[in-house]
Design a protein around this ligand. Sequence first.
Ligand code: ADP
Length: 155
Amino acid sequence: MAIEKTLVLLKPCTLQRGLVGEITNIFERKGLHLCGVKMMQLTDEILSEHYAHLSSKPFFQRVKDSMMTAPVIAMCWQGVDAIAAVRALAGPTNGRNAAPGTIRGSYCMSFQENIVHASDSPETAAVELARFFKPEEIIEWKQCTFDYLYANDEF
Ligand code: ADP
């Protein structure tokens, strides 16, 4: 168990559908701690890096194009085991297969237009946070509810 930071992107579909507040509320309600947030218009360059693991897929360009149709909201969320906790909240990639109650299971019908991106490992989270945030844009501040969110042997 460790206190971790993870990257979440609210995708263009989430902004277009007016779900920014609702999805943000899910992370807040869970007890995650917001350490960075900004709106960004992504470029093909940053997306080619971000989705490099998909570069051989036939849908690579389509996924990148979709991520450039409107801005995204980039967020840094912190918590104990935050990376896995956020992935579990997001659910599997294809919204049609995602369990009800997960973000993708509750809010989308698509493999591609699936509401959020969430880092999938500590290594990826570190690289992705550095890709989307300057160090000074990640702000350390005291979460005054911390003692009520965790037992003292949980971090
Ligand atoms: P995840 O976002 O769940 O970590 P991946 O890293 O595999 O999934 O894929 C990145 C994004 O590319 C997905 O969130 C989705 O928007 C898109 N994508 C992945 N696989 C497909 C697919 N088979 N068809 C359409 N879009 C896909």
